[in-house]
Design a protein around this ligand. Structure first.
Ligand SMILES: C[S@@+](CC[C@H](N)C(=O)[O-])C[C@H]1O[C@@H](n2cnc3c(N)ncnc32)[C@H](O)[C@@H]1O
Length: 205
């Protein structure tokens, strides 16, 4: 594992200081994915990097059962406070998946994989794919090289920069998307504007 994948202190400090830093509205990507999952009759969803649960809520409201993975204990406590204690959230790094033997028919991973190094990104894609049922779908959202922050901060390696006080971001383009998701059932790539230009990647097992 790349060391920088394990940043519980960074995220705990961020959540303790900034609390619900993205508000209670879900990301656009979560709403799009919820609609897609509903259309595909998906019932069990895994959310690596679930944060304080603002995106999980839209899947739960649509009748899906949600399991999360989150590195920050502070974020898990906030998720439990706001969205109830029924949801299982494993405390740990998504790079240490699997956390259970379950198979999920949907996986939604928003703004997490681009925080990881190359080996951890590959492992996360493989581990998510392995936890899907046959015919299941996984959706990743990732920051694009079109983002204004691309190329800023400290250069780490090709398309990878350290910024925002200590996180490392890998900025994707169509080529790196094909490289990393091409063997994981890549189905569709959608451009979407979140707080930065993002790609939404749909894969099918
Ligand atoms: C950019 S935030 C997105 C949060 C959430 N998906 C949302 O939009 O509300 C990334 C989230 O992943 C968590 N995280 C970062 N690295 C992680 C890792 N290696 N394993 C699990 N969670 C991680 C952070 O604590 C944070 O909650």
């Amino acid at each position: 594992m790349d060391n920088e994948a394990e940043q519980p202190e960074f995220w705990d400090t961020a959540f303790n200081e900034k609390k619900e830093m993205w508000g209670f509205e879900p990301a656009k990507s979560a709403v799009i994915t919820r609609d897609f999952f509903v259309a595909q009759s998906i019932k069990n969803v895994l959310i690596p990097g679930i944060g304080y649960g603002r995106n999980a809520a839209v899947f739960v409201e649509a009748g899906m059962s949600v399991t999360g993975i989150e590195i920050s204990k502070a974020a898990i406590d906030m998720a439990k406070k706001h969205y109830g204690t029924d949801m299982t959230i494993y405390h740990g790094s998504a790079t240490d998946m699997p956390f259970d033997n379950s198979r999920y028919d949907g996986i939604f991973c928003h703004a997490l994989i681009h925080l990881l190094g190359e080996e951890d990104r590959k492992k996360l894609i493989r581990d998510c794919y392995d936890q899907l049922v046959d015919g299941g779908f996984m959706v990743f959202t990732i920051i694009s090289k079109e983002a204004s922050t691309y190329g800023q901060g400290k250069y780490i390696s090709k398309d990878r920069y350290e910024m925002f006080g200590g996180v490392t971001l890998f900025f994707y383009d169509r080529e790196s998307i094909a490289d990393e998701f091409g063997n994981a059932g890549l189905l569709e790539v959608i451009e979407i504007e979140e707080n930065y230009p993002f790609y939404l990647i749909k894969c099918k097992k």
